[in-house]
Design a protein around this ligand. Structure first.
Ligand code: DNO
Length: 414
């Protein structure tokens, strides 16, 4: 696999020079400051690409080229927005970037309720609590029908979520509510989707407005809209050699009364068949998939390796009540060692990034984006490089540790 790293551009506190020192070969990034729904200009793409290349790496994958909400809910201006998307794809391909990661999750890109959940060893990780999320939904967002949805979901999980929400309510403070809003719709979203920015003054109102765009949305209609989008962009992808890879929904189950359509084997099977073209592929995010106990992550990797164009290595631990936290990259439900075997065999050049990581050893004071610490991710990257070296030896694939002397004529000349 190509060792890549998600880098948030020139304002990222983690510099390209630092990444080179830890064995990163390729960069995963986006034009984070182009507003949603606007074409990514070719000269801006070129400038960023050249900056990355000047540090001895390449721009391997775009994550993400966001699909605007109007395309997802099927709004009146979706065709215009699809044209914008196609133009950005052409500009990226013209600069030699041929892999684009995107998602088709309505409104909320990914969801966590706690961004610094303590681990027994003193580090912290991200955490998703059903009860806290339900509290946000019922008492902060005050979404119509929320309580009934959670009652039904709780009973299918063998727990009474409404009771838990009541217990939470008794001890809840204004600061606690503020923290939930920050975690669920501000800090996890601002830097990835652009729907809600850190400086929005009334994030909850804005979020309600966005949700209302999906009133009455069904799984079938959301699928139709995804199909429409993929079919519309495929000719451009074929023309310019662009490989699209949808990111699975995180978490991989419906939330906020909205359908989610990239959550499991049946969904992936549907989307790959619906547009049966190699340019329509997936991002194999082992972390998102492992947060659902319905997913056998290793089996999914075997089944879909031939349509996977980008890999996220991460693993979740799911508690008996369905809550989940991010596990060590050597533990949890995703067997990263076996995944490395499967994907190295399929194609040893596939771009892979270590996804999320612990917050550790001072990361907490540096103000990194949620989940995107430096030391924690570097630790995980070291573990994954060790796995890859071992697996490659087993498979007879030559392993080269990037950044070290590799050829005979690199000796010191005296
Ligand atoms: C969160 C990420 C997601 C992902 C997008 C891809 O850490 O995994 O925000 O980048 O969903 O479109």
């Amino acid at each position: 696999m190509e060792r890549t790293w998600r880098w948030f551009g020139k304002n990222d506190k983690i510099t390209l020079a630092m990444l080179r020192q830890i064995g990163v070969q390729g960069i995963v990034t986006a034009l984070h400051d182009v507003p949603l729904g606007q074409v990514w200009p070719r000269d801006r793409i070129r400038e960023l690409r050249e900056c990355i290349e000047s540090h001895g790496m390449r721009w391997s994958v775009v994550e993400s080229l966001p699909v605007t909400e109007t395309i997802k809910y099927g709004g009146a201006d979706r065709d215009r927005q699809i044209e914008v998307y196609k133009e950005s794809l052409r500009n990226l391909a013209a600069e030699g970037i041929h892999t684009v990661c995107y998602n088709f999750m309505p409104v909320l890109d990914w969801a966590r309720t706690d961004l610094s959940h303590p681990n027994p060893n003193g580090t912290t990780n991200l955490y998703f609590s059903h009860a806290e999320f339900a509290y946000f939904d019922i008492h902060i967002l005050k979404r119509g029908g929320a309580a009934a949805d959670w009652a039904a979901q709780g009973s299918s999980m063998g727990r009474d979520i409404l009771d838990e929400v009541d217990r939470l309510r008794k001890g809840m403070t204004a600061e606690g509510e503020h923290q939930l809003v920050e975690n669920i719709i501000v800090k996890t979203q601002g830097f990835v989707s652009g729907n809600i920015r850190e400086d929005d003054e009334r994030p909850v109102d804005l979020f309600r407005q966005l949700l209302s765009l999906y009133d009455g949305m069904t799984q079938e209609r959301l699928r139709e809209n995804m199909h429409y989008f993929l079919q519309a962009i495929m000719p451009t992808c074929r023309e310019c050699g662009m490989y699209m890879c949808v990111h699975p929904d995180d978490p991989p189950f419906p939330i906020l009364g909205l359908p989610r359509i990239v959550t499991c084997d049946e969904d992936i099977d549907w989307l790959l068949r619906a547009v049966d073209d190699p340019h329509n592929g997936i991002t194999f995010c082992a972390g998102s998939l492992s947060a659902g106990t319905h997913n056998d992550v290793t089996a999914l990797a075997r089944k879909y390796a031939d349509r996977t164009w980008f890999i996220h290595l991460r693993s979740c631990h799911v508690f008996p009540n369905g809550d989940f936290t991010e596990a060590s990259h050597l533990g949890g439900r995703a067997d990263i060692i076996e995944l490395a075997r499967i994907f190295e065999q399929a194609n040893p050049r596939l771009p892979m990034r270590v996804d999320h990581g612990m917050t550790m050893l001072g990361d907490e004071a540096r103000g990194y984006n949620a989940g995107y610490s430096f030391l924690g991710r570097m630790f995980a990257m070291g573990q994954v490089q060790g796995i890859l070296a071992t697996v490659d030896r087993e498979l007879g694939i030559p392993y080269v540790q990037p950044g070290f002397h590799e050829t005979e004529n690199q000796h010191k000349t005296l």
